[in-house]
Ligand binder design. Structure first.
Ligand SMILES: Nc1ncnc2c1ncn2[C@@H]1O[C@H](COP(=O)(O)OP(=O)(O)OP(=O)(O)O)[C@@H](O)[C@H]1O
Ligand SMILES: O=C(O)[C@@H](O)C(=O)CO
Length: 415
């Protein structure tokens, strides 16, 4: 294994797997820290954690455990993948995890770059944009768990760590890898270890990847990995034998706990021509909504049945005020996990989930341990094989085109 990756959620990890697989690396995604060794042909291993919204100390210890395992597999370079919208609170978890990994690896210069231009995320003057909106005006300010109210990544990260945050501006990134290396050194000389780098285009991310050659730790969205396969390839370290993907026919279902704008628009589009069932947070909390009932309903439907709790920000806030945000999220995630288990037990072979936390709960509920990454459905979302009769698509909240669910079902089938 050449590159050891730690993802702070499951959809984000598959997004990274998509980038590395497209770049030609043989890539495997593990559900949590594996117990045994990796297969010998894996060039990039991604340990997917559900550590984005858990207490800081737990996120740090899980990430260090993942790091130890990846080191044991022989990796010399490591990548901490977080969300391209920098999903975190002022307490963490991105900063504390990045610092703990840097301590463990004696990393002195650590790039921080959430940019993912293919999905409209760019970093300019240390500020994160989603399309033409600053992060805090993009809808992410309403996120149920990690509302992003400050677009200045340097300042937000600064709240999360004890030290100061450096910055490599766009004009320097445009100057190429050597200019970036010099700027990183200057940032380190000024006492900064975590260094936010601007990136607007994929070419900037390629430059950052080249500049990071020899650095033990990189952090970012999946975009930060764009240049890495070529760095390994130029050193003749990649096997170059392509992966094989065979589609899967059989019953399909969609489970959505994502309340993002993109997901809600995809739901509205999908339910116009497919069976759909909305589940209210109150019914989850009271126990009126049961996994058995939802699974039976989906298994009885033709088309691409959709079960969702996705609601608009005012409904989400009202449910959180009534029941508490953590309790609501935990109960909804547990319901989706059990529904997924019953669906697969009932014969579902293609499962599509929307939302990082939701997908994490589902994948853990299904007790999966390793996912093979296949072709891309939409930027940032690949199809994945979880076993001989089960394929998955785990969609990050804000990813995917308007017709994502139908496109995912078809791509999972291999059509
Ligand atoms: N109606 C609702 N009321 C309150 N909370 C909800 C509701 N529906 C879903 N949730 C919770 O909101 C959270 C949504 O997070 P999730 O990560 O699944 O989606 P997302 O944030 O859109 O996706 P991503 O993290 O990939 O951007 C989950 O914990 C989910 O259980
Ligand atoms: O980086 C992203 O935006 C996604 O991979 C993700 O992590 C959202 O959960």
């Amino acid at each position: 294994m050449l590159l050891g990756c730690i993802g702070d959620d499951f959809t984000g990890s598959s997004d990274l797997g998509n980038t590395l697989t497209k770049g030609g690396m043989r890539c495997a995604q593990y559900v949590g820290v594996p117990k045994g060794p990796a297969a010998s042909d894996v060039e990039a291993g991604i340990v997917a954690l559900k550590s984005r919204s858990i207490p800081v100390a737990d996120a740090v210890s899980l990430s260090l455990e993942a790091l130890d395992w990846l080191r044991d597999q022989g990796c010399h370079q490591f990548l901490f993948k977080y969300c391209s919208t920098f999903d975190s609170t002022a307490e963490g978890n991105i900063g504390p995890v990045a610092e703990a990994l840097a301590d463990a690896l004696a990393a002195e210069k650590v790039i921080v770059c959430p940019a993912f231009p293919a999905t409209g995320r760019s970093v300019f003057q240390g500020h994160l944009f989603v399309g033409d909106r600053l992060l805090n005006e993009s809808g992410m300010e309403n996120h149920p768990l990690t509302p992003m109210t400050d677009p200045d990544i340097r300042r937000w990260l600064g709240h999360q760590i004890d030290g100061t945050v450096g910055h490599v501006p766009s004009a320097i990134v445009a100057g190429g890898p050597e200019a970036v290396r010099e700027a990183l050194q200057r940032a380190q000389d000024s006492g900064n270890r975590l260094i936010v780098a601007d990136a607007i285009h994929d070419s900037d991310l390629v430059t950052l990847g080249q500049a990071a050659d020899g650095l033990p730790l990189l952090t970012g969205g999946s975009g930060i990995a764009i240049g890495l396969p070529d760095v390994f390839r130029n050193k003749r370290l990649l096997s170059e034998s392509g992966g094989t993907w065979a589609g899967q026919t059989g019953p399909v279902a969609v489970l959505s706990g994502s309340c993002s704008k993109a997901t809600r628009a995809q739901i509205a589009r999908h339910q116009a021509s497919n069976p759909s069932r909305e589940v209210a947070a109150d019914d989850v909390m009271s126990g009126a909504a049961t996994a058995q009932d939802l699974a039976d309903w989906a298994l009885s439907k033709s088309g691409i049945p959709l079960v969702y709790t996705s609601a608009d920000p005012s409904e989400v806030r009202a449910a959180q005020d009534r029941h508490g945000s953590e309790a609501t999220a935990t109960a909804i995630e547990a319901l989706f996990a059990e529904t997924a288990r019953l669906l697969v037990q009932g014969g579902t072979t293609r499962l599509i989930t929307a939302g990082g936390e939701t997908s994490g709960a589902v994948v853990e509920g299904l007790s999966l341990d390793r996912l093979e990454i296949g072709p891309e459905i939409d930027p940032g979302v690949p199809v994945m094989r979880a076993g001989p009769d089960l394929v998955l698509a785990l969609k990050s909240g804000n990813f995917g085109g308007p017709d994502f669910f139908a496109k995912a079902a078809a791509t999972l089938e291999g059509t």
